[in-house]
Design a protein around this ligand. Structure first.
Ligand SMILES: NC(=O)c1ccc[n+]([C@@H]2O[C@H](COP(=O)([O-])OP(=O)(O)OC[C@H]3O[C@@H](n4cnc5c(N)ncnc54)[C@H](OP(=O)(O)O)[C@@H]3O)[C@@H](O)[C@H]2O)c1
Length: 252
């Protein structure tokens, strides 16, 4: 068993992109990061890289769409550490690419929801007993400004004309999960918050990871900054039920 005082942080989809950047930054602050990844080779490579930088890191096989794997991950964390301090639901996909809603297949929308929403719910439910054992604890959900219904319905917002029904509604659903879980878990000493990283130069949505940054795109460190900030608040900080980005609070 690890020292009870260690901050144990599980990050889903942490083998690359914003998840890996977050793991690296939190690891450097002394957190023991558990690298959730569906691909063992990429996950173990990420762990090796973090360990080489002096970070306490371990691999957890975790495809968020596979309930048996989620169950096994929770069992492994229970056996190895006995608790969790922070869960960062970072894994995400965008299978739709601005097709008109009238033509978008529900098969595509389901794929977005399977990872971004149902995967997040399954992982959260499985990890709650570990978070209760490690409380005060935090859950941070990676949402998106594209999931903000306030921005999407505001004619003055640049998101008014954005149209990605599957991805946007899955992230709006994530925000609802944040609100509902934050209320249920407040009495257990677990905070739940949504974060928007902003448009970030990762391999997200099938973009080649090494492609040059487009105008207006942030680097990965900037994209991960608000997640890192929220995960670095003292564990007993009471901030809960919020939706924020680097620039401040976003409308739901
Ligand atoms: N980049 C942006 O512009 C942007 C903007 C707003 C919000 N976000 C959100 O930020 C989060 C991180 O995105 P990113 O930019 O870092 O994208 P990324 O580089 O594509 O990383 C996504 C991560 O999610 C993992 N993943 C996908 N499906 C999974 C599954 N079924 N089970 C477990 N892991 C799975 C990927 O694993 P594999 O390596 O196996 O594919 C990868 O590790 C996402 O939730 C995304 O929606 C991103």
């Amino acid at each position: 068993m690890t020292d009870k005082k260690a901050v144990i942080t599980l990050i889903t989809g942490a083998d690359k992109g914003i998840g890996f950047e977050t793991a690296q930054a939190l690891g450097k602050k002394g957190q023991h990061v558990l690298i959730g990844a569906r691909n063992q080779e990429r996950g173990e490579k990420a762990v090796k890289q973090l360990k080489a930088a002096g970070i306490k890191a371990d691999f957890v096989q975790l495809d968020v769409t596979k309930k048996e794997q989620i169950k096994a991950a929770a069992k492994q964390i229970q056996a190895d550490y006995g608790y969790l301090s922070i869960l960062i639901n970072n894994a995400g996909i965008a299978m739709d690419h601005h097709e008109p809603a009238s033509q978008l297949s529900t098969d595509t929308i389901r794929q977005d929801f399977d990872v971004n929403y149902f995967g997040l719910i399954d992982v959260t439910q499985a990890m709650i007993p570990l978070l209760k054992a490690g409380k005060p604890a935090k859950i941070i959900n990676l949402s998106s400004n594209m999931g903000s219904m306030g921005l999407a319905s505001d004619p003055n917002s640049r998101f008014y004309k954005v149209n990605s029904l599957g991805y946007q509604s899955s992230k709006a659903a994530v925000n609802f999960a944040t609100i509902i879980f934050s209320k249920e878990l407040a009495a257990d000493g677990i905070t739940v918050n949504s974060v928007n990283p902003g448009w970030t130069a990762t391999g997200f949505g099938g973009r080649p990871e090494d492609a040059p940054k487009l105008e207006g795109m942030q680097d990965v460190a900037t994209g991960a900054a608000q997640v890192i900030k929220m995960a670095s608040l003292p564990l007993d900080d009471k901030t809960t039920g919020t939706f924020t980005e680097n620039a401040g609070t976003l409308p739901w």
